[in-house]
Design a protein around this ligand. Structure first.
Ligand code: ADP
Length: 206
């Protein structure tokens, strides 16, 4: 199973990805996590990404595309994966498509978590409080100014992906304002339907 989770910061992509990892035994590939690890390790990619990420802007497409191309070729991704935070721009989506076609692979679904924008700031603030309570170090971009930039980037660069995948018949939109368990159930239902569709139309363009 190969999926994309689409949604603004605070939509619950990470939370739902964890559910999918356990349920479907596939790996979660979060470009945000990969980039934060690169920043922490001080690799050349990390050095390039550090300030951009702290501001809340997007890291250049070629940087993330290279990371994802390497990552999906790892053995643990052979069983399937959830892309969380990638693609984030239309050129990234084009690059992903090319990577998958080269490997003879398709996407099962693109799941968009729809959330009320007013709730996002509250959710991110809640995450900050919880992380602080657990004694975890905060993300450099979990502050009001960077969050505004992240939301602007989402609106202008990432939101157009919904139409892109709608046009390919892959988009499934789910209400991300529902309780966590209900969102998980809705995702399961969507995936079940997608699996049924691919079985009944084996020659469908993927
Ligand atoms: P969010 O909570 O905003 O969804 P992520 O953890 O997915 O956060 O990403 C954090 C930051 O990492 C982004 O604001 C951006 O700077 C960078 N980043 C992650 N994925 C991508 C991507 N696909 N393209 C460009 N930049 C990315």
């Amino acid at each position: 199973m190969r999926l994309i989770l689409l949604g603004p910061p605070g939509a619950g992509k990470g939370t739902q990805a964890q559910h999918l990892v356990t349920t479907y035994k596939i790996v979660q590939l979060s470009t945000g996590d990969m980039l934060r690890a690169a920043v922490k390790a001080g690799t050349p990619v990390g050095l390039k990404a550090k300030d951009i990420m702290a501001r809340g802007d997007l890291v250049p497409d070629e940087v993330v595309v290279a990371i994802v191309a390497d990552r999906i070729s790892e053995p643990d991704a052979a069983n399937g994966f959830i892309l969380d935070g990638f693609p984030r721009t239309v050129p990234q989506a084009g690059a992903l498509e090319k990577m998958l076609v080269d490997k003879g692979l398709g996407l099962d679904a693109v799941i968009e978590l729809k959330v009320d924008e007013k709730a996002l700031l509250d959710r991110v603030e809640k995450r900050v409080r919880e992380m602080t309570a657990r004694g975890e170090s905060l993300r450099a971009d979990d502050n009001a100014a960077a969050l505004k930039t992240r939301l602007d980037a989402y609106r202008s660069q990432t939101a157009p992906l919904a139409a892109y995948y709608e046009g390919k018949g892959k988009l499934r939109t789910i209400d991300g304002m529902a309780p966590i368990a209900d969102v998980s159930k809705a995702i399961d239902a969507v995936l079940k339907a997608a699996a049924g569709e691919s079985r009944s139309t084996p020659t469908a363009v993927r």
